[in-house]
Structures are given as structure tokens and as C-alpha cells.
Design a protein around this ligand. Structure first.
Ligand code: GZL
Ligand code: ZN
Length: 340
């Protein structure tokens, strides 16, 4: 019997010791049974740079001015698109002065904007400020007119081929004056890519029997187009058979001068550019015979281009806008549908 007791004591003791061991938190955990080793997580790959969204984007748009209906529509396109997409747009109006555009760009660079979209009033004089933007790591998109600058200083251009617009105008003038004749030209802002390109293209396609007897700038405005045509009429009178006018606003100013001089619609064959509502109305009234479209609604495409550039996605360095030619006989019907 005694032996039994001892054994039971010992057994009891062993149970007690075992339960004690089980409860005590082992100072160091007993090595688990050989469970398969979990792969140590690889060092996390650096998170791919977060995609920039429209809401992250601050775009500087140092608009060149408010000289024409085209420009008004262009401004509206950028403001409405920015509003719709949630892009912060830093907008300014340079009153057609390059120095104002440059100082607006400099303040945008100071603010550290994401990107600059520049609609250059003239072609020359941009290298320094483009270099400053590049040094600040801020990409620049050239919008609408072109610049004469080192292409490495800007990311892309979106706008028209103004030379093609001029070529279209020359072809149309040939059709209006098949027997030739003398014409005048009201050109856009001196030194602007729009005026230079249109003048160049026009002269490339103009028939040899049509002579440009004079050319003056009306700076793309109605107010300045009117006195230019007044002076032409005073100097050349009924010699003038046609006029190539670089935008509808100057054409509308010129028509006021023609009316004041007692001329009737069609006395002078006019080829204009832009295709604004004002231009379409003047075609419907018979004063303008042909309007070569120039599309100002560049907001959506420019914002998309900007996002691709900022996200390092592929993009086209040159985006040419689609533009048509419109004629007086269709103007009244198409006018209600015109977007600008
Ligand atoms: C052309 C644009 C011109 C328009 C004018 O793309 O720069 O400037 O033809 C506007 O109406 O003033
Ligand atoms: Zn154009």
C-alpha cells in the first residue's frame, strides 16, 4: 500500500509541476514544432509613384488677351474644362503684351504650379522664361500659336497649322476671283505665329493673276480692322476686288468701313478666318464669302495632354486641331449650331 501512495504522490507532484510549466509564460517561447518557415516578406517594392489626377493638377494659363471672339471662346474652354475636371487654373489676361505673359509665367513658377499652358502672343522672346520653367521642373505646353524657341524647352504644342489655314484661304480666293484682280490683306498681330503662318500659306497657293496691292495689321481686333479698311478704300477705291482678312473680328470691323463707304455685300470678295458666330452671321448677310475655321476649343485636349505629361505617359509632341472651311450659302443653316 505504501508504495502505491508514494507513486500517487509522485504522480500528483508530476501533474502539478507539468501544469505549472504549461501556465507560466515561458521566458522564451518553446520552439514550435518544426512548422514550415514563413517566407520573410521581401522588402516591399517602392510604391509606384501615385498617379496624378486632375484634382491634383494646378495649371497656369497666362492668356494673351481678350482681343477677339476666338480668344473669348478659348478662355471659356479652359475655364469650363478646369471647373468640370477639378483642375486648379491660374488664369491671367496679358492684354496682348508679351511682357505681361512672361511676368505671369514667372509668378506661376514661383507658386510651383504643376504645369504651364502658354498661348504665345508672338513667336519670339520665350527662351529665357521657358528655361526658368524647365529649371524649376515645370513642363510647358505651347497652345494655339507657335513659338520660335529651342524645342527642348517645352513639352508639346497643341493648336493649328496656321500655314495650312493660309493655304486654304488662298485656294478659296482663287475660286472667288477666277479672272484675277487686285486684293488687300488685313493681317493679324505682327510677329504672331497666326499672322505669319496665314500670310505665308496664302501666298503659297494664291493664283498668279491675283495681286496683293497692300497689307496692314489690324491686330486681330474689330476696332483696329475698321480704320485699316477705311484707309484701303480711300487709297484704292473700286480697284479692290477681294480681301484676305486674318480673323472674323477684323473682318467685322472692315465691313463697318465698307458700309460707311456705301459698298454692298459681295462688292469685295472676303475670305476670313476663325468661323465664329460673328463670321457666320457676316457670311449669312453676304459680306464674307468664305470662312476658314480655326478651333479655339482647346481646353479638353490640353488638360488631357497635361495629365499624360505629368504622369509620364506617352503623348504626342504635336497635336493639330481639326478645322474645316465654311461657305456663305450654308452659314444661316449652320449658325445656330456653332459653339463659339
Ligand atoms: C489663331 C488665334 C488667333 C485667332 C484670332 O489660332 O491665335 O488669335 O485667329 C485670335 O481671332 O485673336
Ligand atoms: Zn487655327
Amino acid at each position: 500500500m505504501k508504495v502505491l501512495k508514494v507513486v500517487s504522490y509522485v504522480a500528483l507532484l508530476m501533474v502539478m509541476v507539468a501544469s505549472l510549466v504549461a501556465c507560466a509564460a515561458p521566458a522564451t517561447p518553446a520552439p514550435a514544432a518544426e512548422a514550415p518557415k514563413a517566407e520573410a516578406p521581401a522588402a516591399a517594392a517602392p510604391a509606384a509613384a501615385k498617379e496624378i489626377t486632375y484634382k491634383d493638377m494646378t495649371m497656369c494659363y497666362p492668356q494673351l488677351g481678350a482681343e477677339s471672339d476666338w480668344r473669348t471662346a478659348n478662355t471659356a474652354s479652359f475655364k469650363e474644362t478646369a471647373e468640370k475636371l477639378g483642375v486648379k487654373l491660374i488664369f491671367s489676361d496679358a492684354q496682348q503684351k508679351q511682357e505681361n505673359q512672361i511676368s505671369a509665367m514667372r509668378s506661376c513658377i514661383q507658386q510651383g504650379v504643376s504645369i504651364i499652358a502658354l498661348p504665345p502672343v508672338v513667336e519670339d522672346g520665350w527662351d529665357a522664361v521657358l528655361q526658368e520653367a524647365k529649371d524649376a521642373g515645370i513642363p510647358v505646353i505651347i497652345v494655339d500659336r507657335s513659338v520660335k524657341a529651342d524645342p527642348s524647352l517645352y513639352a508639346a504644342h497643341i493648336g493649328s497649322n496656321m500655314v495650312i489655314e493660309g493655304e486654304k484661304a488662298g485656294t478659296e480666293m482663287n475660286k472667288l476671283l477666277p479672272d484675277g484682280g487686285k486684293i488687300v490683306e488685313l493681317s493679324g498681330t505682327t510677329g504672331s505665329g497666326a499672322a505669319t503662318g496665314r500670310a505665308e500659306g496664302f501666298r503659297k497657293t494664291l493664283a498668279k493673276n491675283i495681286e496683293i496691292i497692300d497689307s496692314q495689321t489690324g491686330n486681330f481686333t474689330r476696332a483696329e480692322g475698321k480704320p485699316v479698311m477705311e484707309a484701303f478704300l480711300k487709297k484704292y477705291g473700286s480697284e479692290i476686288k477681294g480681301a484676305f482678312i486674318h480673323n472674323d473680328d477684323m473682318a467685322i470691323g472692315a465691313i463697318e468701313a465698307m458700309k460707311a463707304a456705301g459698298l454692298k455685300p459681295g462688292d469685295i470678295k472676303i475670305v476670313s478666318v476663325d468661323g465664329t458666330r460673328g463670321g457666320f452671321q457676316a457670311m449669312a448677310d453676304g459680306w464674307i464669302q468664305v470662312d476658314v475655321e480655326c478651333n479655339p476649343l482647346l481646353g479638353p485636349q490640353t488638360m488631357e495632354l497635361a495629365l499624360n505629361i505629368l504622369n509620364g505617359k506617352p503623348y504626342d509632341r504635336e497635336t493639330l486641331t481639326k478645322e474645316d472651311v465654311y461657305y456663305a450659302d450654308k452659314a444661316a443653316e449652320l449658325l445656330p449650331g456653332r459653339k463659339y
